[in-house]
Design a protein around this ligand. Structure first.
Ligand SMILES: [Ca+2]
Ligand SMILES: [Ca+2]
Length: 162
């Protein structure tokens, strides 16, 4: 099991945040591939939750976005083409929708924090790994999920043929 050593907090010894993130990704990848989705989601949340209050604030999400950008700029060339295009698509969607709007779309109780329940409000987790759950139309309310992307919703709907 991972420790909370790897989180997005600025002080991680002398290691640049994108290096720490690179280590984290290598550790979490097999877990997310093979373990039940909840384990993967919990670890990802723990990573983003720099102040350890169990919730994700907008500034924690903005910090994470910067780390991910630095990480893909530094390591992106070594990724397989499929991973690289997935990352670019993800960054495009987040940038286009706007991180703040996206945050608000998931913050169901409007308290300025994202809980795990809010992040997963369109998804029904089971014992399968996250990738399999997300590909299962019966486990994800894709229309609800797409609607959180505001003006990008119609574009996203096209990825989800019903
Ligand atoms: Ca937090
Ligand atoms: Ca909330």
């Amino acid at each position: 099991m991972l420790t909370s050593l790897y989180n997005a907090s600025p002080s991680f010894g002398n290691v640049a945040p994108e290096e720490a993130f690179h280590v984290f990704i290598q550790e979490i990848s097999p877990i997310c591939q093979y373990e039940p989705a909840d384990v993967c989601v919990s670890l990802a949340m723990q990573y983003a939750d720099a102040d350890g209050d169990g919730l994700i604030s907008l500034s924690e999400l903005q910090d994470l976005q910067m780390v991910v950008q630095a990480w893909s700029a530094r390591y992106g060339d070594s990724f397989p083409a499929k991973t690289r295009s997935g990352l670019l698509l993800g960054q495009f969607l987040v940038n286009s929708a706007g991180l703040e709007a996206l945050f608000a779309g998931f913050d169901a109780n409007n308290d300025g924090y994202l809980s795990k329940e809010e992040l997963l409000q369109d998804t029904r987790l089971d014992e399968r790994p996250l990738g399999m759950v997300l590909l299962d139309p019966d486990a994800v309310d894709r229309h609800a999920l797409a609607s959180r992307f505001g003006s990008l919703a119609p574009l996203l709907q096209q990825f989800f043929p019903q």
